[in-house]
Design a protein. Structure first.
Length: 99
């Protein structure tokens, strides 16, 4: 894994590694509009993740996940963590490390 200084560098680095798609978080799944897929926790793996903390504002706390589906599609998910994290099921929480 690499160390990235900020979210922009992490996105760029992961894109260079082939994580080209953008995933969005739903309470019990991930969706990718460009692939027209919905993946549940058993359908994907977290390959890498990086957390970034805002210097003065807790709303700036974010985490980026490098995700690969069982079918080999690779993409990223960006989410807040802490009190601003999305509400998700316990299964998704376990998969994402309760971020």
């Amino acid at each position: 894994m690499n160390d990235y200084d900020n979210l922009v560098d992490a996105i760029s680095g992961l894109r260079e590694k082939g994580f080209m798609y953008d995933f969005n978080l739903k309470p019990d799944s991930l969706v990718c509009a460009s692939l027209n897929v919905e993946m549940h926790p058993e359908d994907f793996e977290i390959k890498e993740y990086y957390r970034f903390e805002g210097e003065s504002d807790p709303r700036d706390n974010s985490v980026i996940y490098a995700i690969e589906s069982k079918n080999g599609e690779k993409g990223i998910l960006i989410d807040a963590y802490g009190v601003y994290a999305e509400a998700i099921t316990s299964e998704m929480g376990q998969k994402l490390g309760s971020s």
